[in-house]
Design a protein around this ligand. Structure first.
Ligand code: DG2
Length: 248
């Protein structure tokens, strides 16, 4: 049996401000820093050890990983930063307030933009200063690989090659892996792992800074999964994420 641990980053400044973030590179809040340290402590106390870590190229996930590794006294862990683990690109919604957007367009429309499998939010214009075309961290990519918006289906299409080519072979080689990523890039991986339908994936919300352990069989099919920590607080945090897209 294999085990892999996923972790959404701790609370970011734009999570706190309830703004659509996507590929915007915002940092953790003080609460987010605490959540990341707590995640590391929970992993340490539960006896987890790792051989390798993966994260995105966005600082909220990177810093969460660093803080958790520090808490586990595992700063030596090899880390692979992979842009394919970035958050789902939120298109022209990036920077907007989720509640205000719901007040303007309706809760239903915002639910579609946040959670539907194949309806992307409105795209950024090519000349919008929010595009990532001139960001040096994406310099090695073809322009066509840099999104202007994404639905979850698009995110699955970029995350899965990272899983198939990098992560799954490492798991099969016996590496114990920790992944620090984002609400929707993790929803993409979990949809595939658990074979969740396009309809049911709408109801999956991932809380900040909480280790999610997946036990996998020899074919990397999930046997069971569980979050580490206070289960009631985790359920409340998941419900709070679901409610972020509603008009006040
Ligand atoms: C959030 C997820 O991404 O937002 O892009 O706004 O996980 O990096 O904080 P994260 C964003 P929702 O899809 O839950 O609205």
């Amino acid at each position: 049996m294999y085990k892999i641990v996923f972790m959404r980053h701790g609370e970011s400044t734009w999570n706190l401000e309830n703004r659509f973030t996507g590929w915007t590179d915002v940092d953790l809040t003080e609460k987010g820093v605490k959540e990341a340290k707590t995640a590391g402590r929970l992993l340490r106390e539960a006896g987890f050890t790792f051989d390798l870590a993966y994260t995105s190229v966005l600082k909220r996930a990177i810093r969460t990983l660093w803080l958790a590794m520090d808490e586990m006294d595992m700063m030596w862990l090899p880390v692979k930063n992979d842009w394919r683990l970035n958050e789902r690109h939120y298109g022209a919604l990036q920077g907007l307030d989720k509640g205000e957007t719901a007040a303007k367009f309706g809760d239903e429309q915002v639910l579609v933009w946040r959670r539907s499998y194949d309806t992307p939010p409105p795209a950024l214009e090519e000349n919008d200063p929010r595009t990532s075309f001139s960001d040096p961290r994406y310099a090695g990519l073809d322009k066509a690989q840099i999104p202007l918006t994404e639905c979850l289906k698009d995110t699955v299409a970029r995350v899965m090659p990272a899983w198939d080519e990098e992560i799954a072979p490492a798991i099969r080689a016996g590496k114990k892996i920790l992944i620090s990523a984002h609400g929707n890039s993790l929803r993409a991986v979990i949809k595939m792992l658990d074979n969740i339908s396009d309809t049911d994936i709408v109801g999956l919300n991932i809380p900040n800074g909480t280790p999610l352990v997946y036990e996998l069989d020899e074919n990397l099919k999930p046997i069971r999964h569980y979050y580490l920590g206070d289960q009631e607080a985790i359920a409340a945090a998941m419900a709070a994420v679901a409610n972020q897209g509603k008009a006040k």
